[in-house]
Design a protein around this ligand. Structure first.
Ligand code: PMV
Length: 327
């Protein structure tokens, strides 16, 4: 019920004009300092602040209209699988007036639920489209708080470039929002190495709850995350790539260490994930400045600078290279 009250309070601020349709795009984002653990599950309030980079044109486009008798949800041009449609309808319950239904058509140009953050771009695009349809007239900060209720990482997908999501301290969640951070870093590149696009068995919410409840190592996480968050803000502001890469990789591995120490143990990696990690470490030993980060899935995201793009492509021919700041 708490989240309904939060939404009610937010919607009191609405001052726009309703429309007959809403259409929006939101980029996927990759956390460099991860959100891992909730301080309030219902309001999706995180234990720690996080920092991300959005993936430019990779993300989700969503169109919303009103529907007559029931919600209709389409994913990539086809009726969405039941679990996906149910998750969207449950989210729409937060906003619907009595007897109101929606048609949601959503298209991803990234694999869904493979740890490539499509729930982040999905809920951010949906909330932007709803803002138009229902005439809220909200700013990105307000929209980020509503996206947060769909998926924590969606809080950061309202922005291009770097975003920070402030954990906040208030019990009502009104200070837990994301905002854009710092300037464009034109030479920064993200490489996506897809190991598997099969839907994962344990979703991120279950994964983080199990870790918080059972992992001794989780006790060390909030302090490390706070420290990494500060280091990464410094790295981004100063465009210090070594500090960015080292901190991001270490942050990801520390998060995965908390999962390995959970019970039952949680490991999102596949054998190929580890093989690729070792390949990155070897490349670094050979003098190539290259780092990785991994979310709650088996895929790697590489971090490197434009000057090393050709070398990275040679080592990893299947890499999908993203320039987060290309217009
Ligand atoms: O927003 P969720 O519930 O999908 O959780 C995201 C968790 C991580 O991707 C592992 C970290 C992050 O900050 O994106």
């Amino acid at each position: 019920m708490k989240r309904h009250k939060f939404v009610k309070l937010m919607l009191k601020r609405a001052n726009g004009k309703p429309a007959t349709r809403g259409e929006a795009f939101a980029p996927a984002n990759i956390a460099l300092c991860k959100y891992w653990g909730k301080r309030d599950a219902d309001l999706n309030l995180p234990v720690n602040s996080s920092l991300s980079i959005s993936l430019g044109k990779l993300g989700t486009k969503t169109v919303v209209k009103f529907a007559k008798t029931a919600d209709r949800v389409f994913l990539n041009g086809k009726p969405a699988p039941k679990d996906f449609a149910d998750r969207i309808s449950k989210y729409l319950d937060l906003f619907r007036a009595d007897g109101q239904f929606f048609e949601v058509r959503t298209k991803n140009n990234i694999p869904t639920a493979a740890g490539l953050a499509s729930s982040a771009s999905g809920f951010a695009a949906l909330v932007k489209a709803l803002d138009q349809l229902l005439g809220w007239g909200f700013n990105p900060r307000e929209l980020s708080m509503l996206a947060r209720l769909g998926s924590g990482s969606a809080t950061r997908s309202l922005y291009e470039g770097f975003a920070v999501w402030h954990a906040g301290v208030r019990a009502d969640g009104m200070d837990s929002y994301a905002e854009s951070f710092s300037n464009a870093w034109k030479d920064l590149r993200v490489g996506i190495l897809e190991v598997s696009n099969v839907r994962k068995k344990t979703g991120s919410t279950d994964g983080m709850n199990r870790t918080v409840e059972t992992s001794e190592l989780y006790e060390a996480w909030p302090a490390q995350a706070d420290c990494d968050f500060d280091e990464l803000r410094t790295a981004v502001a100063a465009q210090d790539f070594t500090l960015l890469g080292e901190t991001a990789e270490n942050n990801a591995l520390a998060m995965h260490a908390t999962m390995l120490a959970a019970w039952p143990p949680l490991c999102y990696w596949k054998p190929q994930t580890l093989a690729l990690m070792q390949k990155v470490w070897q490349a670094r030993e050979n003098g190539l400045e290259l780092y990785f980060t991994i979310d709650a899935g088996p895929n790697l995201k590489l971090l490197f600078l434009k000057e090393n793009q050709a070398a990275v492509k040679k080592l990893f021919p299947k890499v999908q290279i993203v320039n987060p700041f290309s217009s």
